[in-house]
Design a protein around this ligand. Structure first.
Ligand SMILES: Nc1ncnc2c1ncn2[C@@H]1O[C@H](COP(=O)(O)OP(=O)(O)OP(=O)(O)O)[C@@H](O)[C@H]1O
Length: 263
């Protein structure tokens, strides 16, 4: 469904920020993209949805179904966004309009892509809020983003992303800005929702234990290049690249520190 083939992204000076990156995600797959800050994760995500920042150029190919997200017409790419691929980012406030109540924001893509109106639209908005385990859906639907907690905002952003039943969800550090208990709830929620709807997932994070919760086949990105690709269980058990080993070792040290206090 998603094919990224030799993707290279350069800045104005011609420096490669992402270099020769190839991977694919099939229907219902859950791919992980893991790497430290500045390794090119977000630029790869933006290239996948065909929204690279100005001044950056991409070569290679990104295809979502039949549509080229790099070379295709903008009109075709717009049609794909929301309907075929949807996104959840680290900071839900970037996805949400501060001046619009949450309910209206969820209604917008549903109206556009599912052509619902009136009571059917209202019911679909409430069903979307229910699905992300937000209770008191009337109040939440009427609330502006600043009236919601960080966790509630991310649930609204997930509801918006999934309301049109996209085939692929790109989640770029969706839990990084949340505290750990909320983080675990949101990961469980994503896990359940993509399972229920058979949505494919491209899950991007700097955090190996977080990737281990939801991703399957995982690619390790370092300085813009993929240095290792393997099922997450293999990466954890037998990291082949020295950088992956560093990631695994530091996650284990963290675990061991917890273990010392718990034993
Ligand atoms: N709009 C831009 N113009 C020029 N360079 C950019 C732009 N956006 C990102 N970069 C550079 O590209 C590289 C990769 O950035 P990217 O945001 O993809 O990293 P990341 O792995 O997502 O990191 P983080 O987790 O901190 O967001 C970095 O060196 C960054 O400085």
């Amino acid at each position: 469904m998603l094919t990224v083939d030799r993707l290279t992204i350069r800045n104005r000076a011609g420096r490669a920020l992402v270099e020769d990156v190839s991977f694919s995600v099939g229907p219902g797959d859950r791919a992980g993209l893991i790497g430290e800050s500045g390794s090119g994760k977000s630029l790869t995500a933006l290239a996948v949805i065909g929204l690279l920042p100005p001044g950056l150029t991409a070569t290679g190919e990104v295809r979502l179904g039949d549509t080229s997200m790099i070379k295709g017409q903008e009109k075709l790419r717009t049609r794909v966004r929301g309907k075929v691929v949807a996104t959840v980012f680290q900071e839900p406030l970037t996805a949400l309009d501060p001046l619009m109540p949450a309910g209206r924001q969820i209604a917008e893509p549903i109206r556009r892509f599912r052509s619902l109106r009136g009571t059917a639209l209202r019911d679909a908005v409430h069903a979307a809020l229910d699905e992300v385990r937000l209770t008191d859906t009337d109040r939440i639907a009427r609330s502006y983003p600043h009236e919601l907690s960080g966790g509630q905002r991310q649930r609204v952003a997930i509801a918006m992303a999934l309301a049109c039943r996209p085939q692929l969800l790109v989640a770029d550090e969706p839990t990084t800005a949340l505290d750990v208990t909320v983080q675990a709830e949101i990961l469980d929620l994503l896990d359940r929702l993509v399972d229920t709807h058979g949505t494919a997932l491209l899950f991007i994070t700097h955090d190996l234990p977080v990737a281990a919760r939801v991703a399957r086949h995982t690619h390790v990105l370092r300085e813009g290049r993929i240095v290792e690709s393997a099922p997450i269980a293999d990466l954890l058990a037998r990291p082949a690249h020295p950088y992956t080993r560093t990631l695994v070792d530091s996650a284990r040290r963290f675990d061991a520190a917890l273990g010392r206090h718990l034993s």
